[in-house]
Design a binder for this molecule. Structure first.
Ligand code: PLP
Length: 406
């Protein structure tokens, strides 16, 4: 509910027209072309609700137009096959499938790993799979989730994890069939899981013979932040999915990768869920551009995110705080004193433009809980957008502080 409201999901749908003409939002990188716009804003919109808002680049659109295609359910789409081959090389996995969304990728992974009825998986209590996938593991897969408390850095205590593993479960207990980790961690503010923690986790999971799935929706951001090849991150992880449609800018699609046997099973599950797509080379073509040309530029998003964070920190506000050390990728959490100002008031004012405002911009952000606002950057957010956002934040923060002093 909070997610919905704070995301400002509009009632009704935005149609394809923006400013009276079809906006492809690709070339100018100006805020008004961002997806939120209803076409009626008088001032620029800087939409930092999510990197899912990013639109395909012109190169992606060109590639999609020209993509050779076939029927991917028959395994005959050459562009999908090429994308999978490249992704497998990049991540060091045997095989993969293209699916419509990260949610479906995670669900398929869960259904394959937890095939035995009465299965349980272990994941963080702030993980996307637990919080934001509509209880899919229970609703659709019949799998119970055992939660371990997420720490601020996106990890969890491995001793606590161990205590949740059912060793030789008797007939009263479910069987532990899977451990899920999330990298980067969304609710924890785009945090990158430390490699040493992952190494320790996988050595424990191996000793219990329990597979590990990584919800790597933003794993490329993690690799860029760590400055390591992405295959290093997943070297001991059994299965991984990542989104083409977030910071990488593609319009649709996630890839799920793992062993050949895992992918054979995953392909069956995908069909059952209605995720078998036909000429999906059209989507894969954008994915290929994403892998070739969008990973290298993610650092720009990270730097711009940090620039906003530093500016907020420089305001030295009592009400709105950032933890500079924790800004690692393209997600920025601004923590607010929820007793004195609500997130919805803050978000509303960021969007609102008043006549007297010195900086006139509609700034969009979102929240995942009651004491923080989330800002996410992506390729269309330019340096100019960042400066506008900082200007607006400065104005709004000061306004709230002045109001509370009265
Ligand atoms: C960490 C994480 N996992 C999975 C997903 C789900 O991806 P999708 O929206 O493509 O279903 C998201 C979406 O924001 C996410 O942040």
């Amino acid at each position: 509910m909070l997610y919905e409201i704070a995301n400002g999901h509009q009632k009704g749908r935005t149609v394809g027209y923006s400013n009276g003409s079809f906006s492809n939002g690709v070339s100018n990188g100006t805020a008004t072309s961002n997806g939120y716009s209803n076409g009626h804003e008088e001032h620029p919109v800087v939409d930092l609700r999510s990197d899912t808002i990013s639109k395909p680049t012109q190169a992606m659109r060109d590639a999609m137009y020209l993509a050779p295609v076939g029927d991917d359910v028959y395994g005959e789409d050459p562009t999908v096959n090429l994308l999978i081959q490249k992704a497998c090389e990049l991540l060091g996995k045997e095989d993969g499938i293209l699916v419509p969304s990260g949610t479906m990728a995670n669900l398929i992974a869960i259904m394959v790993h937890c095939r035995e009825r009465g299965s349980e998986l272990i994941c963080g209590d702030n993980s996307h799979t637990f919080k934001f996938e509509q209880g899919g593991p229970a609703q659709i897969a019949g799998v119970q989730q055992a939660l371990v408390k997420n720490l601020d850095d996106g990890t969890f205590c491995l001793e606590e994890m161990k205590s949740k593993i059912r060793v030789d479960p008797d007939c009263h207990e479910p069987t532990t069939s899977l451990i899920i980790v999330e990298n980067t961690h969304n609710i924890c503010g785009g945090k990158v899981l430390p490699l040493s923690w992952l190494d320790e986790l996988t050595s424990i999971s191996k000793s219990y013979k329990i597979p590990v799935h990584m919800d790597g929706a933003r794993i490329m951001n993690a690799a860029v932040a760590l400055n390591v090849p992405v295959n290093r991150i997943v070297k001991d992880i059994d299965t991984v999915c990542f989104c083409l449609s977030k910071g990488l800018g593609a319009p649709i699609g996630s890839l799920l990768l793992g062993s050949t046997q895992f992918i054979q099973r995953a392909t069956r599950v995908r069909k059952a869920l209605g995720g078998g797509m036909r000429q999906s080379g059209i989507i894969a073509a954008a994915g290929l551009v994403a892998l070739d040309s969008m990973i290298g530029r993610l650092k720009i998003d990270h730097d711009r995110t940090l620039k906003i964070a530093r500016a907020i920190s420089d305001f030295q506000s009592d009400l709105f705080k950032v933890d500079l050390k924790s800004v690692q990728t393209n997600i920025l959490m601004v923590y607010l004193d929820a007793k004195r100002v609500t997130v919805s008031e803050f978000l509303k004012r960021l969007y609102e433009v008043k006549d007297a405002d010195e900086v006139k911009v509609h700034l969009r952000a979102t929240t995942l809980n009651s004491n923080s606002a989330r800002f996410v950057l992506y390729w269309e957010i330019t340096e100019k957008d960042v400066d506008l956002a900082i200007g607006k934040l400065k104005l709004v923060v000061k306004e709230f502080e002045d109001k509370l002093k009265m």
